[in-house]
Ligand binder design. Structure first.
Ligand code: ADP
Length: 492
């Protein structure tokens, strides 16, 4: 079942994990971004608030200096800045001529980055700009511009709240990772549970064959409703399939039956015509022979179809018993020779003239199998090379007596890729397609019959060299119905 192997991402479980991971990562990124933004705004708001209250006296002085018609001594202003800067934000003043009045230089740091912050336009507070100097973080802005163009600047060290914010984010990250691990674990357990019925469904569906189609039912007690619905849909599909299958079998069986009788009659008339055809032209006789060969071919095909349909409906019943295989082979080879243009050699065990070679089989079916193999050997051997049939006595791996019948040819052989599938229904090897007509059914029926007789068949083949089909049958043993003493068993 299924269409080949899907990629790892095709798994429902992996897709769910990826979806959860992706959503969680997005969620965390959004939450972290929002937290940073809100905290930053709060930090700026606090900074502005503190700066406004601390700068109030300085703003008043600056405005007074600006309004004074006389030149003012700036040292008083400088002292005021110094006072205001103590323990709070750092203030400095920039005069319109560029001079800077700074209360106290910050210890050990280069303050240039603070002074390079752009002040913005207008008289009100300029934009609040963060600046990092060393490992300290400052918020800087121009707080006030008086009428003479003097600016009051503020810088505040916000290192502590900033660190607290970073710590909060790290804690959030840890908590988030922990939650994610727990979520994934829970999800894995949950999805395994959810997917289990689907796997079960898959397993049950894979076990259904054409033989079990009519009786197979997928039942998943306790599965989620969706899966149960799926199983029900499967079951109704199985019903319809079984029905169609049944119809098809009956149809094939009925048609094969109906066609076989007229074909036998046609074939009989053709044979009679040929025998009495003294007045016929040679090409008319050839046409009759072709017509007879074709009726023979179609009859074989119909018989094969009938056997298949019988085996599928369990009606192909063989009654194997002890038979003299050497006699069956003699008859089959005589029959085959009458239709072959090439030599057919039969090799029997030397003692077969005194003692028949017995095996468990059904005489007609064994003959059908052998004829089928000989016909194939003839069909797939282009030149006049002979076909060899050989019967030997053998013992199987457990030492039980049996016989082996081999049919060998020196024909086109079977490509290694096709060899394992050669007994499958309708399978034809790549090199056979343009050589001879065929249905691809013969060997599957041979296999079916051999197995029904309790035997097995194997093939050895080399491309361009030839093929050898060997079938193994069990010899009768004491206790087999119909087995007599000394039924051709080989000496131990
Ligand atoms: P078909 O009607 O095609 O002969 P079979 O079931 O009898 O069907 O054989 C299946 C396929 O096995 C053939 O199509 C052919 O490719 C291969 N085959 C069978 N017998 C031989 C053989 N003696 N030599 C080479 N190929 C063979």
């Amino acid at each position: 079942m299924g269409t080949g192997r899907s990629s790892r991402f095709g798994s429902l479980l992996v897709q769910l994990h990826l979806a959860v991971l992706g959503t969680a990562a997005l969620g965390f990124a959004a939450a972290a971004g929002a937290t940073i933004q809100l905290n930053r705004q709060a930090l700026v708001r606090d900074h502005l608030h503190r700066a406004t209250s601390a700068a109030e006296p300085l703003v008043a002085r600056l405005d007074a200096v600006a309004a004074s018609p006389q030149p003012v001594d700036l040292s008083a202003l400088s002292r005021a800045i110094d006072r205001q800067s103590r323990g709070g934000p750092l203030f400095w003043i920039r005069r319109p001529d560029g001079r800077r009045l700074l209360s106290r230089p910050l210890q050990g740091i280069d303050q240039a980055p603070l002074f390079s912050v752009p002040g913005g336009s207008g008289d009100g507070p300029g934009p609040v700009t963060p600046r990092t100097i060393g490992n300290h973080r400052y918020l800087v802005h121009r707080h006030h511009r008086s009428t003479d163009g003097t600016d009051l600047w503020v810088a505040e060290d916000v290192n502590e709240p900033w660190r607290a914010l970073v710590r909060l984010l790290m804690d959030m990250l840890l908590i988030w990772l922990g939650c994610l691990a727990l979520t994934l674990l829970a999800l894995t357990l949950l999805t395994r549970r959810i997917i289990r019925p689907l796997r079960e469904l898959n397993r049950m569906a894979a076990a259904i064959t054409t033989d079990t189609l009519a009786t197979s039912r997928l039942a998943l007690a306790g599965a989620p409703r969706e899966v149960q619905d799926l199983a029900e849909a499967y079951n109704s599909l199985l019903d319809r399939l079984a029905h169609t299958w049944d119809h098809q079998r009956s149809f094939v069986s009925a048609v094969s039956h109906e066609l076989r009788n007229p074909l036998t009659i046609i074939s009989g008339y053709l044979r009679r015509l040929q025998r009495r055809g003294g007045s016929l032209q040679p090409e008319q006789l050839r046409a009759l022979a072709t017509a007879e060969a074709e009726t023979h071919r179609i009859t074989r095909l119909l018989n094969d179809l009938l056997d298949l349909s019988r085996s599928e409906s369990g009606r192909l019943e063989l009654l194997p018993g002890p038979v003299a295989v050497d006699e069956i082979l003699l008859m089959a080879c005589d029959l085959a020779r009458s239709q072959l243009a090439r030599r057919l050699e039969l090799r029997l065990p030397q003692d077969s003239t005194e003692q028949p070679v017995m095996a468990i089989a059904e005489a007609d079916r064994l003959q059908q199998v052998v004829l089928n193999l000989i016909e194939n050997a003839d069909k797939y051997t282009p030149d006049n090379a002979p076909i060899e049939v050989e019967l030997v006595r053998e013992r199987d791996a457990d030492g039980r007596p049996g016989v082996a019948i081999s049919v060998s040819d020196r024909g086109i052989g079977i490509p290694p890729d096709d060899l394992p599938r050669i007994f499958e229904r309708f399978h034809r090897a790549a090199n056979a397609l343009d050589r001879a007509r065929g249905s691809g059914l013969g060997l599957s029926i041979v296999n079916l019959l051999v197995e029904a007789m309790g035997g097995r068949i194997e093939v050895e083949s080399e491309l361009g060299q030839g093929s050898c089909f060997r079938l193994h049958l069990r010899a009768p043993e004491a206790g087999d119905p119909g087995a007599g003493p000394g039924d051709g068993l080989p000496p131990q």
